[in-house]
Design a binder for this molecule. Structure first.
Ligand SMILES: Cc1cc2nc3c(=O)[nH]c(=O)nc-3n(C[C@H](O)[C@H](O)[C@H](O)COP(=O)(O)O)c2cc1C
Length: 369
């Protein structure tokens, strides 16, 4: 069991004790006015999971405008930085590594978060999805198309957030350019109808992402920057694939070879896509040959398939989401072949300790003590 490749160290740019990554997951526990990560909740939650090779935090808004879900933590105020400092310290004291995921939801937000003002997006096109507001799920609205000044301001917001992340003691940052949020809205032809230098061609639709990457690079070495993509996302978060979708991601990922990033983080399709003519079904297999750096893969992996995807040479690291909610000691369970605990969807975003801090490790369960 102990020879499984998932449990071997990884040293390219990162210095990881194993290849098991905790995927970024919004848990809506920053239930205070300032959206500050707290000592009671966030600190013990991440500390419990510090045996992961790498933790990627929940998506954390880079500005007030960036928010789109209730009680998500931010990384744009001093109080938030101070809150995160306690998290990074505890994780580091336990020998762990932790990146923060930098997030802007764009049109997935709702006027309820902005004193009645519209959320922003590349174009004024309603995703026809649902936004998780303080009053529960509400239909999304038609957003405001960003002006050039607003785009530049958002680039600055990401840069500032990355600077804050360094101050808060994070080992790096992950750009959340995935799952139908702001960057994905720029990439996708059905959500981006701009006619200026941020719309039309693939180069134009990816410009905002590369501007943000360049800006972040000024405040944190590129070896500490990761970026997340979900190329075959379709029918979720307002995204519909078209014939240019996969070529767009191929362009981005090939261009990222010119950088020396910590990693790219790809998701296998979230839904069945065999009927979607434009979709790629095996993301790791498709994109691995295009990228020379570290490739992290996610979505639907277990211990066996995680070891396999690395052994087959299609990924270097594997990120686990839901399994990490219910198994804080996922690495130890993989190492010892222990059974895995199930997660409870009802407490994903429910606030408080329940379903957050109360999943025991295998050895904490009375029957195994
Ligand atoms: C409760 C929950 C919250 C999530 N929040 C985020 C997030 O903030 N950022 C992100 O990139 N993905 C988010 N995801 C997606 C996960 O990172 C991951 O892609 C997904 O759970 C599939 O991986 P899994 O099959 O290992 O769970 C979330 C998933 C869940 C279940």
């Amino acid at each position: 069991m102990s020879t499984q490749v998932l449990l071997t160290p990884y040293h390219k740019n990162l210095d990881l004790k194993n290849r098991v990554v905790m995927a970024p997951m919004t848990r809506s526990r920053a239930t205070n006015d300032g959206n500050i990560p707290t000592e009671d909740l966030h600190v013990p939650y991440y500390k419990q999971r510090a045996s992961a090779g790498l933790i990627i935090t929940e998506g954390s808004q880079v500005s007030k405008q960036a928010v789109g879900y209730v009680s998500t933590a931010g990384i744009h105020t001093k109080e938030q930085v101070d809150g995160w400092k306690k998290v990074t310290k505890e994780v580091h004291d336990k020998g762990g590594k932790i990146f923060i995921q930098l997030w802007h939801v764009g049109r997935m937000s709702h006027p309820d978060f902005h004193n009645g003002n519209l959320p922003v997006a590349p174009s004024a096109l309603n995703p026809n999805a649902q936004s998780y507001t303080p009053e529960g799920f509400k239909d999304t609205v038609t957003p405001k198309a960003m002006s050039i000044d607003e785009i530049k301001q958002t680039v600055d917001d990401f840069k500032n957030a990355a600077k804050n992340a360094v101050e808060a003691g994070f080992d790096g940052v992950e750009i959340h350019s995935s799952n139908g949020y702001l960057f994905h809205q720029f990439f996708n032809g059905t959500s981006n109808h701009r006619t200026d230098e941020y719309g039309g061609t693939i180069e134009n639709r990816t410009r905002f992402f590369f501007e943000v990457l360049e800006a972040i690079k000024e405040v944190i070495p590129q070896e500490k920057i990761g970026a997340r993509f979900n190329p075959s996302l379709d029918g979720m978060f307002g995204i519909t694939m078209d014939e240019e979708t996969i070529p767009t991601f191929e362009y981005i990922i090939k261009k990222l070879n010119d950088y020396n990033l910590a990693y790219i983080h790809l998701s296998e399709p979230f839904t069945e896509v065999s009927d979607i003519p434009y979709a790629v079904q095996n993301i790791a297999e498709h994109f691995r040959p295009l990228y020379n750096g570290t490739l992290m893969i996610n979505a639907g992996f277990d211990q066996e398939s995680g070891n396999k995807v690395i052994e087959e040479g299609n990924a270097d690291l594997v990120a686990y989401g839901k399994l990490y909610i219910s198994n804080p000691d996922l690495v130890e369970r993989f190492a010892n072949g222990y059974e895995l605990a199930d997660w409870d969807d009802d407490t994903f975003y429910s606030g408080g300790k329940e379903g957050y801090l109360d999943y025991p490790t295998y050895n904490q369960q009375p029957e195994h003590a």
